[in-house]
Design a protein around this ligand. Structure first.
Ligand code: XMP
Length: 518
């Protein structure tokens, strides 16, 4: 009988910190399940969740701001261990009768903190009581709430960490979740294992075992369709559901002719061949190209591609017969986003071209990854035996190369871009640290420039390189690639791709630019 991985959980109350998701990922890395809820979640919901511990996140506010986020005082009366981080600690101190002082002098960056109590949160720190931590705060605690002690101090913060007399409620002024606090994971582990008594049983193996039981229970012998794109999320969804219900799963892959080099063939080979998943492959290149003839407006391209995709998918699904379920690769960040502190905001998912399917086809959604972060999805994929290439694949837009060919999409343009893109992928793939890169690709520009090759004057296309780092695609910065690498990519594209005589590097960040050019 597999362990119930949801039995023990940590609740993270989000007070608006940019690090809230990072806290959750760190807790999960400690193999403890956690959920994020907005600071003002109803008490009944908290009681229902029955968490083994609560973490109050940081946040940009001062406790004295007019609209500062406050959670209910009852949270502190549950008897559940609590860890307040930065704003979470100040807020807690304020609520429990301590004094918090606003300060014009922000403490920001790496600081040294001296631990003064080597039990509970800081058990095991007596070997070296001075630790480096990451601070980012204006307010600080001036007087402790009754029943609390200071357990760490720094030069600027005499009260850098606190605990109550029952050793259940803790606060740290710094951020244990960030990499700049090198021993932060030990602090979190102490809180989770020693203070809350959690067991490290949130593993991807146990997640898979649980999911299989749940998927079987939900489907009860019925069939389910999945739109396979070849990307990480849909591939992991397909592999997981296939492990659970085998041929009850039917995957539909639409080759819209706008994919990267060899992508469609690979999907067919890997999923249809290697994994023996029931795969319906629709070769629709001509249909899409016909629809895209003469279209240059980016949003028109998106709409045409999205609508055609839905039409073809629906048509194919009908051929399967009676299907009531659709599998989708929704991830936890999408779930949090729609209930988050700041309310729903425009995210990458608004782009998703399978968005219209469930309503249109009257299908019930099954989203087996909706509790997972991207790094966990990759671990699940690995556990399920997916290929490393699939697991490490970069995000790729639904409308594919159509939004990377500025202007009209033609067979010839697609072929030029595919070859150039393949060289980018090859060279970046060989580079150390490429896993840190969010996306790297080529864009075909609708301009021709003059060049010279051998003795001949050429008048050909320009390719732009786009290589960015990003945490979630919402903001991004261009990667400072070594000149040698840039030179190599440029040389290879110009020499190997017929029709290109110039390569430029895109050095714009998002915002104000976007990652894709259209
Ligand atoms: P932008 O260009 O908006 O892209 O900075 C942010 C992220 O979203 C991806 N993207 C898309 N994904 N359909 C998708 O499924 C789309 O139409 C689309 N447009 C952009 C983009 O690749 C990046 O990762």
């Amino acid at each position: 009988m597999p362990v119930d991985i949801h039995q023990e959980k940590i609740l993270i109350l989000d007070f608006g910190s940019q690090y809230t998701q990072l806290i959750a990922r760190r807790v999960r890395e400690c193999k403890v399940y956690c959920v994020i809820k907005p600071f003002n979640v109803k008490m009944e919901e908290i009681e229902q969740l029955n968490p083994k511990g609560i973490i109050l996140s940081g946040g940009p506010s001062s406790v004295y701001d007019e609209n500062a986020p406050y959670c209910s005082h009852q949270v502190f009366e549950l008897g559940v261990p609590i860890l307040g981080i930065c704003y979470g600690m100040q807020f807690m101190a304020h609520m429990l009768g301590g004094g918090v002082k606003g300060s014009s002098r922000r403490e920001y960056g790496q600081t040294e903190v001296r631990i003064d109590d080597f039990t509970d949160l800081f058990a095991g720190f007596d070997n070296s009581p001075h630790i480096d931590v990451w601070m980012s705060h204006g307010d600080k605690i001036q007087t402790l709430p009754p029943g609390f002690n200071a357990i760490a101090h720094s030069k600027n913060s005499p009260i850098a960490a606190i605990k109550d007399n029952n050793a259940k409620i803790f606060g740290v002024q710094f951020h244990p979740e960030v990499a700049h606090t090198p021993r932060g994971m030990e602090i979190l582990k102490n809180f989770l294992y020693e203070v809350c008594g959690c067991l490290p049983n949130w593993t991807m193996e146990s997640f898979i075992n649980n999911s299989i039981i749940e998927i079987k229970k939900k489907l009860r012998g019925e069939r389910i369709v999945c739109a396979l794109s070849g990307g990480v999320d849909s591939s992991v969804v397909a592999a997981l559901i296939h492990r659970a219900v085998g041929d009850q799963l039917v995957c539909i892959f639409v080759d819209n002719g706008l994919l990267r080099k060899d992508e469609a063939r690979e999907v067919k080979r890997v999923f249809g061949g290697h994994y023996k998943i029931n795969l319906r492959f629709i070769d629709a290149e001509d249909v899409f190209l016909e629809k895209l003839k003469g279209v240059t407006d980016p949003e028109d391209k998106r709409k045409i591609i999205g609508n055609k995709f839905i039409c073809l998918f629906e048509e194919e699904a009908k051929k399967i017969g009676d299907v009531r379920y659709l599998a989708q690769g929704t991830l936890y960040p999408d779930v949090i986003e729609s209930i988050s502190f700041g309310g729903p905001s425009a995210t990458i998912k608004s782009h998703h071209n399978v968005g219209g399917l469930p309503e249109k086809m009257n299908l019930q959604l099954i989203e087996p990854l909706r509790e997972l972060f991207k790094d966990e999805v990759r671990l699940v994929g690995r556990e399920l035996g997916l290929l490393e290439e699939t697991i490490n694949r970069q995000p790729f837009p639904g409308p594919g190369l159509a939004v990377r060919i500025l202007g009209e999409v033609t067979k010839e343009n697609l072929s030029i871009l595919r070859e150039a893109d393949c060289i980018v992928a090859d060279e970046i793939g060989k580079t150390e640290g490429y896993k840190e890169i969010w996306q790297s690709f080529a864009v075909l520009l609708p301009v021709k420039t003059v060049g010279v090759m051998g003795d001949e004057r050429t008048y050909e296309n320009v390719v732009a390189l786009r290589v960015v780092e990003s945490r979630d695609g919402m903001t991004a910065d261009w990667v400072r690639l070594p000149y040698e690498l840039l030179g190599r990519v440029s040389n290879r594209i110009i020499n190997e791709v017929k029709g290109v005589n110039r390569v430029v590097y895109d050095i714009s960040s998002k915002p104000p630019s976007t990652i894709e050019w259209e």
